[in-house]
Design a protein around this ligand. Sequence first.
Ligand code: NDP
Length: 336
Amino acid sequence: STRIVLASRPVGMPEPVNFRTETVELKDPVPGQVLLETLYLSLDPYMRGRMSDAKSYAAPVPVGGVMVGATVGRVLESADPALSAGDIVLGYGGWQTHSVESVSYLRRLDPSVVPVTTALGVLGMPGFTAYAGMRNIGRPRPGETVVVAAATGPVGSMVGQLAKLSGARAVGIAGGPRKVALLTDTFGFDAGIDHRAPDFAEQLAAATPDGIDVYFENVGGAVFDAVLPRLNSFARIPVCGLIAGYNQTELPPGPDRLGLLMGMILKQSLTVRGFIQGEFAPTQTGEFLTEIQPMVADGRITYLEDIVDGLDQAVPAFQGLLTGRNLGKLIVRVAG
Ligand code: NDP
C-alpha cells in the first residue's frame, strides 16, 4: 500500500518537499479491527495545523508520521462480527491507500440513502461544524442578518442554508465571480460578495443595510476588518476558523488594533466565542444527522464537492484549499 508522510514541517505554504510517499506492506487486522481500502480522503483546513508543532487543540502529526484525515473506505478483511467485507464506512484512515482501523471508530454508511462522499462534507465534520456553531453560538432569529465567508465551502454553505432555514437574511462572501454567482444561484444566499473586489467593504455595507447580527468567522484577516464596524449590538461571532492566517509566519504589519476590537466587544455587547466542533460532536451528532440527512437526501440542502483523482494529487489539492482553488468540499478519490 502507498502512504504520504510528513517529511518536514512547512514554513508558510506547505510544499511537496514537506511530504514523502512511501510503499509499505499491508497489515492484517487483529480482533476488533478491519482492513480498509481507502475510497475517498477528505482534505480539510485543520490539516495545516497538524503539520505544525505550534500549541493547538490537537497533537501535531510527528515528522515521519502518516498525514491524518477522514476517509471513506471499503472493508477488505474483517476481524469483527459488526462489519463484513464490502461494507462502506466512515473512518480516519489518513493519507494512504489502505488502513487498519478499530471497528469502534467507524460509522457504517448506506450508499442507497445519500452518496457516501457526503459523510466527509455536508453530512460529516464540516457540515456538523456549521450546525454546531449556529445552534450553540450563532442562534439566528427571523429577520436577523447572518454573514459568513468561505461561503461556497462545506462549512460556509451550510451556515448560509441554516441561516435561511431560521428565517434570517444570509450574506455570503467568497473569492472570485464564479464562486460569488453560486452563492445566490445554488445555495440560496440573499447576497453574495467577492472579498477580492477592491470595493469589498462598500459592497458588504450595501448588502447588510440593517447591520450584522451573526458573523460566522471562517477566515479572519481583511474580511473581519470589513465586518467589525457593521456588527449590531448583541451580535454573536462563532469563531470557527481563521484560514487567512494559517500560513502566516509573522504578525501582519500595521498599528495594534486590539484596543479597537476590545472597545467594540464592550460597547456593542458582542459575544465572541471560539469553538472546536469536537466539543459538541458527542452530544449533537445524532440530532444533526436526524435533522439534516433527510434534507440532503431530498435536495432541500444543497452541497458542492470538488473531487480530485489520485492520492498523488493530495499535496497540490491541499495547497489549493489554502488559496481558494477548490470549489466546494475538497475530496481525493483514492480508489473506486
Ligand atoms: P473550504 O472548503 O471553504 O476551503 C477554504 C476556503 O477558504 C477557500 O476555498 C477560500 O475560499 C477561503 N480562503 C482561503 N484563504 C482566504 C483568505 N485569505 N481570505 C478569505 N477567504 C479565504 O473550507 P471548510 O469549509 O472546510 O472550512 C472553512 C473554515 O472552517 C476554515 O477556517 C476551517 O479551518 C474551519 N473549520 C473549523 C472547524 C472547527 O471545529 N472550529 C471544523 C472545520 C472547519 P474563497 O475562494 O471563497 O475565498
